[in-house]
Design a protein around this ligand. Structure first.
Ligand SMILES: NC(=O)c1ccc[n+]([C@@H]2O[C@H](COP(=O)([O-])OP(=O)(O)OC[C@H]3O[C@@H](n4cnc5c(N)ncnc54)[C@H](O)[C@@H]3O)[C@@H](O)[C@H]2O)c1
Length: 349
């Protein structure tokens, strides 16, 4: 039972993690700007769940008061968004997270968990299974910022303050803040909706996969793991039986979606390809529980039930681009505290 600060709590992983943390009996302080809406996590609950709307670049010591552990999910969370908003990506993904770790340590928290990404391996030869000791090869701003966040936060580890980096595989599965810009999720939606499964060229690229509930479970596992065994260490998160070449993965998804499906190729050949070893985390006793098929099934069930649809909010890049464009328009047009309805007490009806 710990008091856990989760940043980026309203995001894809956070919206799966917060209920799991609560179910395990923890207290949660959920911090987010809520770019994807405030309804992705439960409403505040006295003494159990505190919801704080704040930009993580503006965290103060007060945000960390009384916290035992931090799970620092906040980020501009994919490669194309990272390229379009490079300065924000460095500020949020690296600077704000290193600063959050320092604030946590100064406030007396004992654990800090950085959910990073296997994408920092970038491109690795197909015959190499990369482990945590291998040289990294971050190809994008997003991956480079993650690597610098790893360096900056690990440097803060000491005997009282445990820092753990989790390099997560590409995530899939249903969560309240849904993302259809992730491989399995996007393939499943296309196949379910139109019978055309979008497949990024050339299909030979290797990618490890991780169910969103297993990602959350690994983070919770690290809250309770033997500190001496994990402090200052990096762990790849996933499992050997969930690593695919994208082409065969597409065939798996196509076979699982209950309709006729054909493959529709898109994009330039993906330069990112990596096979990853999960032995270090398995050595601690952590096991994932869900397969790729489980993710496809639950997404299809949510789509069938009308609980889920593909909206601009489910495509991270599109949503950030829209927010950026709307902000410019609103700043230009807003007058007297509003647009059509304005703050004007003396106005005649
Ligand atoms: N989804 C994946 O496949 C995957 C894989 C590996 C690693 N990761 C990492 O996991 C973390 C979470 O990813 P996700 O898929 O949940 O992303 P997400 O985009 O769904 O969630 C990020 C959350 O951070 C919030 N946020 C962004 N900037 C903020 C700011 N300045 N202040 C406060 N809140 C802000 C957003 O509102 C959003 O709720 C990221 O660090 C990402 O790099 C994700």
């Amino acid at each position: 039972m710990q008091h856990v600060l989760v940043t980026g709590a309203g995001g894809y992983i956070g919206s799966a993690l917060v209920p799991q943390l609560l179910a395990a009996g923890n207290r949660v302080r959920a911090v987010d700007r809520f770019f994807f809406g405030r309804d992705t996590i439960p409403a505040p609950q006295a003494d159990r769940l505190e919801v704080v709307q704040e930009d993580c670049r503006y965290l103060t010591p007060a945000h960390l008061e009384g916290i035992d552990a931090v799970i620092d999910l906040v980020a501009i969370s994919n490669d194309p968004s990272g390229e379009l908003f490079q300065q924000a990506t460095w500020e949020i993904n690296r600077d704000a997270r290193v600063r959050c770790a320092a604030l946590a340590r100064d406030a007396g928290a004992s654990r800090y968990i950085l959910p990073s990404s296997c994408s920092i391996y970038g491109f690795q030869p197909a015959d190499v299974i990369t482990d945590e000791t291998a040289p990294t090869n971050p190809l994008t701003t997003y991956a480079q910022a993650n690597e610098k966040a790893e360096d900056g936060t690990l440097a803060l580890a000491d005997e009282n303050f445990s820092v753990v980096v989790l390099r997560q595989a590409t995530i899939y599965g249903y969560a309240p803040r849904m993302r259809f810009d992730l491989a399995i999720n996007g393939m499943t939606y296309g196949a379910w909706k139109t019978g055309k499964l979008p497949l990024m060229r050339d299909g030979t690229q290797w990618r490890p996969m991780l169910h969103v509930a297993d990602a959350a479970a690994a983070q919770i596992f690290m809250l309770e793991a033997d500190r001496d065994a994990v402090n200052g260490h990096i762990f790849n998160v996933g499992s050997a039986d969930n690593v695919y070449q994208i082409g065969p993965l597409a065939e798996l998804v196509a076979a699982r979606v209950p309709r006729d499906v054909e493959i529709e190729w898109y994009g330039d050949p993906d330069e990112r390809s990596y096979r990853v070893s999960f032995d270090r985390l398995h050595g601690l006793g952590f096991r994932t529980a869900r397969t790729a098929e489980d993710g496809v099934d639950e997404i299809c069930a949510a789509l069938d039930g009308g609980d889920l649809d593909k909206t601009p909010r489910t495509i991270t890049l599109d949503w950030y681009r829209q927010l950026h464009d709307w902000h410019a328009i609103i700043r230009e047009l807003e007058m007297h505290g509003g647009m059509l309805e304005i703050d004007s007490p003396e106005r005649e009806p």
